[in-house]
Design a binder for this molecule. Structure first.
Ligand SMILES: C[S@@+](CC[C@H](N)C(=O)[O-])C[C@H]1O[C@@H](n2cnc3c(N)ncnc32)[C@H](O)[C@@H]1O
Length: 196
């Protein structure tokens, strides 16, 4: 069986629909076989998003790295009225995200990118539930290289499980960022980083 981040052209399609509500807003996400957390919103992503929304972050230009079917970026775009770009290496994830952008009527754009290969601008915020299963070299590059794609007052937001080396990741990122752990829940750490 392919991993959720591989591009398997022969994989059949079985759409499913996931609902998510926040305040008075209702979202429906089209999901499919071959993408991360295809049947329900991932708990780590949910607490990352809800911490972000609670922070009343009015920053406008957001990049969602490893977007899956677009949960984080699409909800942020709607609620914070932000322009959001969403990237993933998985073609099916990008396709689903574009369907979900249209159906949820948000100002956003999704495109394929291996890490930041196709990213050519700087953002106010980078948000990610990084692909741990893709290996340390991939997820550490997503986290460390984020600094090159953030404006001078930019912020990195991410979630990571303590069993996936949260503490060592935080230690490494402390070399380049001021790192704050905002919530610890069910083993997940929600982390917010600002440039020094
Ligand atoms: C843990 S999932 C998070 C998905 C989505 N953001 C969510 O919260 O449901 C990580 C995502 O990173 C993507 N990914 C894996 N390797 C990648 C790479 N090298 N470049 C970009 N995205 C990658 C996967 O395809 C997957 O969609």
């Amino acid at each position: 069986m392919g991993q959720y981040f591989t591009n398997d052209e022969s994989l059949k399609s079985e759409y499913r629909y996931i609902k998510y509500n926040y305040d008075d807003y209702s979202f429906t996400f089209t999901s499919d076989l071959g993408v991360f957390s295809k049947d329900k919103i991932d708990y780590g992503s949910k607490i990352l998003l809800e911490n972000y929304l609670k922070s009343n972050n009015l920053k406008k230009d957001v990049l969602d790295v490893g977007c899956g079917y677009g949960f984080l970026g699409i909800v942020i775009s709607k609620i914070m009225e932000s322009y959001v770009e969403l990237i993933d290496i998985n073609k099916r994830a990008v396709h689903l995200t574009n369907i979900n952008i249209k159906n949820n009527k948000v100002n956003a754009f999704a495109y394929e990118s291996n890490i930041y290969d196709n990213v050519f601008k700087k953002y106010d915020v980078i948000i990610t539930n990084p692909p741990i299963r893709a290996g340390k070299s991939v997820y550490m590059k997503i986290l460390n290289d984020s600094i090159n794609y953030l404006k001078s007052d930019g912020e990195l937001w991410f979630v990571i499980n303590k069993d996936q080396g949260a503490k060592s990741v935080i230690k490494e990122l402390s070399n380049i960022y001021e790192v704050n752990v905002l919530e610890k829940s069910k083993g997940f750490f929600v982390v917010f980083c600002k440039k020094h």
